[in-house]
Design a protein around this ligand. Structure first.
Ligand code: NAD
Length: 506
């Protein structure tokens, strides 16, 4: 069912679809779904209810070997890598249409896997994933080589060629969209792909791979190996026939990817990791209610399980109290825990009970550090059967506290007051992270100075979370070393080849 029709479904309709679901949790290798070589599986659980959703193939070395061998064989055959660009473009356009046509299925799978509100899937994740395949489809014949301006007796040109087999290792917070951001540029550039979904959210990636075949993609070019990080992710990242790893996830595992590359074949590695995004609200902000609205959405959207969640609210001390009061007043009605399959729900469950426990522990740490809980701070009443956490705001926070320094990855914001713009920049930059930042000010000079001085890959001025596929997405510092979306990303999935031709004589 397509996006338009899916948007008219009621909670009852979604539950009926969930009941009727026959989930596919096997690997997808060589164009078909297959069990693990050793037959092992793991349980995929709905975090909102604790119910079993699917038994999923638990991949290991043998499955990764099989998927990579298939990818390499089909890469070398040229069936995709040397297909005429226009033909590949048409396949990716059809692919994007098919994603849209299966919107209801994708929405259901991600909601059951990771607990996010179905409305978020329909308004954000799915349209953005469709756009991603459209954008990289359109980019295919824009990749160009160059003829360089060299000596008279030579012709020298540079070819841009695909890399080979690209391993994509993705997290669970936007299961479909994060996979799309990695897979689309890799395929568009002519590579084969082996995708390793997060073990918490495996199901939509299987459907994604199957639809590639329906769109006309050759079997073996896009493979999926399910399983745990250490069992399936590590063999992929250590594989000598994998030319690149595109990773999105935590800083800890991102660093591990670089180590794996060094321990194996020096494969290219791009990482998109965590964040501790500052939203700076200057005293001269023109529309404080608009800033509050974006601040609330920026930390509580997707249950705060967002790499660029605006978790540090740096507010001019003169307006900090007013800001916090407006924030809590709005958030209490805007983000209310509910059934993720109900289109009216704005706050779903955390991805699992471990993540819930981790977030609640951070709330205890904040209390212990002397910060004040201005709202939330526990499990929402009536929702203790699932992995829910109340939207929580701390005030009286300073940037030395752990709740200001560490990525919580949950609905927990911290108000940190500042006195001068210089101090705001100093606090914003006093972090190992540098993914994104928001700036709210009525002064154009202040906006540009802060945008220049803040160490982050993405800056939003008088807005937050805006973007489209033209935008480079990635971090400074330990937020990562790559850029997703944007043309740069497709180029990063190619390598240059220098061809030197002697034309000294006729
Ligand atoms: P994670 O690092 O635990 O896992 C990410 C992926 O790596 C999963 O597929 C996992 O199975 C795999 N993995 C885990 N251990 C591995 C190992 N030893 N070897 C190989 N693979 C391994 O992250 P997560 O908990 O799934 O996701 C949350 C993190 O992702 C947060 O830090 C968040 O900020 C980050 N994130 C970043 C972006 C971005 O664009 N910068 C976007 C989304 C999420």
């Amino acid at each position: 069912m397509n996006l338009t029709d899916a948007r008219s479904l009621s909670a009852k309709d979604w539950h009926a679809r969930a009941e009727a679901l026959v989930p596919e949790g096997r690997h997808f290798i060589d164009g078909v779904f297959v069990d693990s070589s050793d037959g092992r599986t793991f349980d995929d659980v709905n975090p909102a209810t604790g119910a079993l959703v699917a038994r999923v193939a638990r991949g290991g070395q043998a499955d990764v070997d099989r998927a990579v061998a298939s990818g390499l064989e089909h890469f070398r055959s040229g069936v995709w890598s040397r297909m005429a660009p226009r033909e590949r473009m048409n396949i990716l356009y059809r692919y994007a249409e098919l994603l849209e046509a299966h919107a209801a299925e994708f929405a259901l799978l991600d909601v059951l896997d990771m607990g996010k509100p179905v409305q978020d899937m329909l308004s954000a994740d799915i349209p953005a994933s469709v756009e991603c395949f459209q954008y990289f489809g359109e980019a295919i014949d824009k990749i160009e080589g160059t003829v360089t301006n060299t000596a008279d007796d030579a012709l020298h040109y540079i070819l841009r060629q695909p890399l080979g087999v690209v391993g994509c290792i993705v997290p669970w917070n936007y299961p479909l969209m994060m996979a799309a951001w990695k897979v689309a540029p890799a395929l568009a550039a002519g590579n084969s792909v082996v995708l390793k979904p997060a073990e918490q959210s495996p199901l939509s990636c299987g459907l994604l791979a199957r639809l590639f075949i329906e769109a006309g993609g050759p079997p073996g070019v896009f493979n999926v190996v399910q399983g745990y990080g250490e069992e399936a992710g590590a063999p992929l990242a250590l594989h000598n026939d994998v030319a690149k790893i595109g990773f999105t996830g935590s800083v800890e595992i991102g660093k591990q990817m670089l180590i794996y590359a060094g321990q194996s074949n020096m494969k290219r590695v791009t990482t998109e990791c965590g964040g501790k995004t500052p939203q700076i609200i200057m005293g001269d902000v023109e529309d404080i209610d608009r800033a509050v609205q974006y601040a609330v959405n920026g930390i509580f959207g997707n249950q705060g399980e967002v790499c660029n969640a605006g978790s540090r609210l740096l507010v001019d001390r003169r307006i900090a109290e007013d800001f916090s009061q407006r924030f809590t007043a709005l958030a209490q009605t805007a983000f209310v825990a509910g059934d993720p399959l109900d289109p009216a729900t704005t706050l779903g469950a955390m991805v699992n009970t471990e993540q819930q426990k981790r977030v609640l522990e951070y709330i205890d740490i904040g209390r212990g550090e002397g910060a004040e809980v201005a709202m939330g701070g526990g499990v929402p009443s009536g929702w203790d059967h699932g992995a829910y956490v109340e939207p929580t705001l701390f005030t009286g926070v300073n940037n030395d506290m752990r709740i200001a320094r560490e990525e919580i990855f949950g609905p927990v914001g911290a108000v940190i007051p500042f006195d001068t713009p210089e101090e705001a920049v100093q606090i914003a930059n006093d972090s190992i992270y540098g993914l994104a930042a928001g700036i709210w000010t009525g002064n154009v000079g202040t906006a540009h100075r802060l945008a220049r001085d803040i160490e982050a890959g993405v800056i939003w001025v008088n807005c937050f979370d805006h973007g489209d596929m033209t935008q480079p997405w990635g971090g400074y510092k330990q937020s990562g070393n790559g850029r997703d979306k944007c043309f740069e990303s497709i180029v990063a999935h190619t390598q240059s080849k220098s061809v030197w031709v002697d034309i000294a004589q006729y």
